[in-house]
Design a protein around this ligand. Structure first.
Ligand code: AMW
Length: 173
C-alpha cells in the first residue's frame, strides 16, 4: 500500500485506486455526488484532453467503458453519465484530465441538466475547505457534501478492485 499516485497536485494513496492499467487509473471519489460516482484518469498528470497521446485517450476511454459497466451493475444503476470537463471554464477544478463515471438510478435527478451544477457545487466545496485549511489533502469541490475518510474510500475501492484485471498489483505487500 506504499505507492502514491497523483491526481493533479493531490497525492492519491493506492488504497483509493481500484483499477490500474498501463496508462490509466480508476479511483474512488473524495466527494461523490451519488454512490457509484468514480473517476478514470491518465496516470500522467496532464491538464487538458488535447495533451493526451492517442494511446492515453484510447486506454482512458476503454477503461471508462469497463468501469461504467461494473459500477452500473454494482450500484444497481440503470444508466450512466460519462463526462469530462476539459478546462477551468468548463468546470474542471483539478488540472488533470479525468472522466467522471456517474451511476444513475431511477428518481435521482428529474432534470438531467441538474447534474452539472451538482458536480460544480461539490468542487466548490472542496476548494473552500482547502482554502480554509481544513483539509490536509485532496482537491475536490465545495458544499454541504461531507468529504469521505480514507477508510471509507479504501473500503469502496477494495470492493471494486476484484472486478477488474489489474495491470500491476500495487495493493499487496
Ligand atoms: W472536475 O470538476 O475537476 O471535472 O472534478 C473533480 C472531481 O474529483 C470531483 O468529483 C471531486 O469530488 C473529485 N476529487 C477531487 N480531488 C480528489 C481526490 N484527491 N481524490 C478523489 N477525488 C477527488
Amino acid at each position: 500500500m506504499g505507492q502514491v499516485f497523483k491526481f493533479g497536485q493531490w497525492p492519491i494513496p493506492a488504497g483509493e485506486v481500484f483499477l490500474t492499467t498501463k496508462l490509466s487509473l480508476g479511483i474512488v471519489n473524495y466527494k461523490p455526488i451519488v454512490p457509484g460516482h468514480v473517476l478514470v484518469l491518465p496516470r500522467r498528470v496532464v491538464p487538458r484532453f488535447s495533451e493526451l497521446t492517442s494511446d492515453e485517450v484510447k486506454d482512458m476511454f476503454l477503461t471508462a467503458q469497463k468501469v461504467g459497466a461494473v459500477v452500473e451493475k454494482e450500484y444497481k444503476g440503470e444508466a450512466l453519465m460519462i463526462t469530462l470537463q476539459d478546462g477551468a471554464m468548463a468546470g474542471q477544478t483539478v488540472p488533470h484530465v479525468h472522466v467522471h463515471i456517474i451511476t444513475r438510478v431511477k428518481g435521482d435527478w428529474t432534470n438531467n441538466d441538474e447534474i452539472y451544477p451538482e458536480i460544480d457545487k461539490k468542487e466548490r466545496e472542496m476548494n473552500a475547505e482547502l482554502s480554509k485549511g481544513e483539509k490536509d489533502k485532496k482537491g475536490v469541490d465545495n458544499d454541504e457534501r461531507k468529504p469521505r475518510t480514507l477508510e471509507e474510500m479504501t473500503v469502496e475501492a477494495t470492493g471494486l478492485r476484484p472486478h477488474f484485471e489489474q495491470f500491476e498489483d500495487v495493493w499487496s505487500a
